[in-house]
Write a protein that binds this ligand. Structure first.
Ligand code: MTE
Ligand code: HPA
Ligand code: MOS
Length: 777
């Protein structure tokens, strides 16, 4: 007998067995079919310049080279972009970054392509370039409009403030480091149509952009995505370019065309997390109550907008993080530089916004000589009052105080804080630090229209089920969670539900799988489809179950649908299985398929003129305590212990959610400690491989890592009272960075230590060297 709900169980990740045995198919695993071409591209080695001449003569002569295409070969539009149409697939007259594609190369072999690349000659007239945010500010080079959110009167508050601190913070970019690089295959089909297999979070955008580049209607392109070997935001918009290159080749040659970027080229040519430089001024009382804050965010957008303006907006929405600041003004600008266009990365600007305020609070604590925890507790959003954000969205069902109080106890923070003070007094080799930070992350796409999803549910006559949604699987467990939701709607085992390949021909006009909201959106759409079918099946069952019974008339209210079977409660000895029910429904011509739809309720269109709106359906919250140790001579950092406590509502799959929390935290730790993007003066990425770009490995993981979440069934606005979990845990890693700051404060003689992110050993050493050595030997 199976009576237990499938929601809340640790069903293994859909496809996990294939992943570990090597049978799961990624784009480069798909068998080559006859005639297939390899696609690659020749890219700019200059950060800024004018193309004087492109010489392809020698390349054309190479045997095995089938096609060489420049922007002139594009029959549709060479201009696109998710927000502003300011991107080109292939450079026209101006080159804007090192890595910018100029010529698409189609060949029979990698060898031929390699040779062709050596012979292509591009004559370039160099133009002055800029790489840094500072230069862009100086030259007034921005993308899009400036955004402002303002509440209260900061200037008045600054005038009467007890204390004011002013300064800046900086955090670096981050490479996505997905294990599967950008990849796609285009198959030409009859009547000038194409089928594309793409490793993308966003099949619809790949479809639309390809159609526009080829100058044909959207319905001539079908894009399919089985899964990605990781994406992390890097395939929300930037999977489009390689797919479009393959599509162009397939259309021109009528041959299948496959592109798989080498890991180095992927790192060199695609965008990353945005580097941010922020100026701030904060007013506070002697108790550490923040009364006013002004923040100016400057992000490094790269050469085009991509999602930069939207990412900057999310940074602004999270400028205050989990703290109520009565007078606040945030200004956000995107800088245009000669780098690849930066893009979505787990957190989507949220981490950059939060790091700034968490850094400010750590500084206030050092300045006032108060435990930073007490300052955070004092300023944390309240339950009844002090519970509206700078843009005046109410923080409802606020679990932050509960998280703070619980984690304070379970982490033994206060005691350890004291121990660290003692330890540092006597330690000559190491310094320790501890920090407790919060996360309050808004869930919903900040662009209202994107918060919609559809799903297709088909039941077969043997009772097995297929589900298709616009959501894509990148390892985050979306498909597993949706199969659990569907299984639970029909009271069947999740293994009877098969999640189908994501395809634009099954679900149209889909949003990317992003903003952590994929289960919320696609799961609810799937549930909608299930409920429509269920309504028909209940009606059918009400007739079917009384058909040989003269005592009872059909009644849908009498139907009980359980894991044990479906029955009429008045005749409970006659139970039928789901399989029997659907088989008989089919014989009686009841439709066993349905399309479901969901549009997130309650959220409003954000008004940027007033800086007001309700962009988020709810917030996912978290708290973290990290203890670190730094080597006073080398700057080496070790994270000794981290405790994370989240509010993820009622978990649909605790195993997967725990994986997301740990993975998010570690990925964030990489961003803030070891991952550093280094460029040459020309804007060539120097750290373009694992030998020069350091992501966390097993030795970097905290020696003690405790992960837990609170029981919260109050998030009734979302499916099964769950909360999105994909991105929020990344920001628990901020506790590691602020703990470094705390450690440094023990040798800074009361001064606020200046620390940028990432806090690499080099950066920590630099920070320490600013203070005279005061060592007891
Ligand atoms: N987890 C894995 N394993 N791989 C990924 O690429 N991407 C993250 C997060 N977790 C990612 C991941 C990002 S950036 C987002 S927005 C969410 O998953 C997207 O999936 P969701 O909406 O289903 O949470
Ligand atoms: N989050 C993630 N991805 C997005 C968003 C967002 O808010 N808006 C557009 N793409
Ligand atoms: Mo995630 S950055 O929203 O793809």
């Amino acid at each position: 007998m199976v009576t237990e709900e499938k929601i809340g169980n640790n069903i293994p990740l859909d496809g996990a067995e294939g992943h570990v045995t090597g049978t799961s198919e990624y784009v480069s695993d798909i068998s080559k079919i006859e005639n297939e071409l390899i696609v690659d591209f020749f890219y700019s080695t200059e950060p800024h310049g004018e193309i004087i001449n492109i010489d392809l003569e020698e390349a054309r002569k190479i045997s095995g080279i089938v096609g060489l295409y420049t922007y002139k070969d594009i029959e549709g539009e060479n201009k696109f972009g998710p927000i502003i149409k300011d991107e080109v697939l292939l450079a026209e007259s101006i080159l804007e970054y090192v890595g910018q594609p100029i010529v698409i190369i189609a060949g029979e072999s990698k060898k031929a392509i390699k040779l062709a690349k050596k012979t292509i000659k591009i004559e370039i007239k160099k133009l002055p370039h800029i790489l840094s945010i500072e230069e862009a500010i100086e030259k007034n080079q921005f993308i899009g409009e400036t955004r402002v959110i303002e509440r209260g009167d900061i200037e008045k508050e600054f005038q009467k403030a007890e204390y004011i601190l002013e300064g800046n913070t900086r955090n670096g970019g981050q490479e996505h480091f997905y294990l599967e690089s950008q990849a796609a295959i285009a198959y030409p089909q009859e009547n000038n149509t194409l089928e594309i297999i793409s490793s993308t979070q966003n099949p619809t955008e790949v479809q639309n952009v390809i159609a526009e580049i080829l100058g044909i209607p959207f319905n001539k392109i079908v894009v399919k995505t089985r899964r990605m070997g990781g994406a992390f935001g890097g395939k929300e918009t930037q999977a489009t370019h390689p797919a479009a290159m393959a599509a162009l080749v397939a259309m021109k040659t009528k041959r299948p065309a496959r592109i798989v970027l080498s890991c180095d080229d992927d790192m060199i040519t695609t965008g990353k997390r945005h580097e941010f430089y922020n100026k701030y001024k904060v007013a506070f009382t002697k108790e550490g109550l923040i009364t006013a804050l002004k923040v100016e965010f400057f992000s490094n957008g790269g050469y085009s907008n991509d999602l930069s303006t939207s990412i900057r907006e999310r940074a602004m929405f999270h400028a205050e993080n989990a703290y109520f600041i009565p007078n606040i003004k945030t200004i956000g600008k995107v800088c245009k530089t000669n780098l690849p266009s930066n893009t979505a990365f787990r957190g989507f600007g949220g981490p950059q916004g939060m790091l700034n305020i968490e850094s400010i609070i750590e500084d206030i604590a050092i300045f006032l000589k108060i435990d930073a925890f007490d300052i955070r507790r004092l300023n944390c959003f309240g339950i009844e009052k002090n519970n509206t954000t700078s843009y005046e969205q109410e923080v409802s069902n606020n679990t932050l105080p509960e998280l703070m109080d619980k984690l304070l106890k379970t982490s033994n923070y206060k005691e350890r804080h004291k121990q660290i003070e003692e330890y540092n007094k006597n330690s000559t080799l190491y310094l320790k630090g501890i920090s407790f930070t919060l996360v309050m992350f808004g869930i919903s796409f900040t662009a209202r229209f994107m918060n919609q999803a559809s799903a297709l549910v088909n039941i077969y006559t043997d009772g097995s089920i297929q589900v298709s949604t616009g959501g894509t699987e990148m390892g985050q467990g979306l498909n597993t969670k949706i199969s659990q939701i569907v299984a639970d709607e029909f009271c069947v085992e999740p293994k009877t539900v098969r999640m189908m390949i994501t395809s634009t021909e099954k679900n149209n006009n889909t949003s990317p799988s992003a903003a952590s909201a994929s289960t919320d959106l696609n799961g609810t759409a799937a549930k909608d489809a299930c409920q429509k079918i269920k309504t028909r099946l209940i009606e059918f069952a009400s007739n079917y179950l009384v058909k040989d019974n003269s005592e009872h008339k059909p009644s849908i209210n009498a139907i009980e649908w359980t894991y044990d079977g479906i029955y009429d409660k008045r005749i409970s000895n006659k139970k039928i299985t789901f399989k029997e029910l659907v088989k008989n429904a089919y014989l009686n011509r009841i439709s066993l398929g349905e399309r479901g739809f969901y549009a997130t309720p309650q959220i409003t269109l954000f008004d940027w003129n007033t800086g007001r709106g309700k962009p988020f359906l709810y917030f996912t919250n978290g708290a973290a305590v990290s203890e670190v140790r730094i080597d006073r001579f080398t700057g080496e950092l070790k994270v000794l212990r981290t405790d994370i406590l989240m509010d993820i509502g009622k978990s649909i799959n605790p195993g997967i959610d725990k994986g997301q929390i740990i993975g998010g935290f570690i990925q964030g730790m990489g961003w803030l400690t070891t991952e550093e993007l280094k460029y040459s003066e020309k804007g060539e990425l120097l750290s373009h491989s694992p030998t020069t770009y350091k992501i966390p490995n097993i030795q970097d993981i905290p020696e003690v890592l405790n992960v837990d979440w609170i029981e919260n069934g109050k998030n009734v606005v979302n499916i099964r009272q769950s909360k999105a979990v994909g991105e929020p845990p990344l920001m628990t890693s901020i506790s590691v960075w602020t703990a470094v700051k705390h450690a440094l404060s023990f040798i800074s003689n009361g001064e606020i230590p200046k620390l940028d992110a990432p806090a690499t050993s080099e950066e920590i050493l630099k920070a320490m060297s600013r203070f005279p050595i005061s060592m007891k030997v």
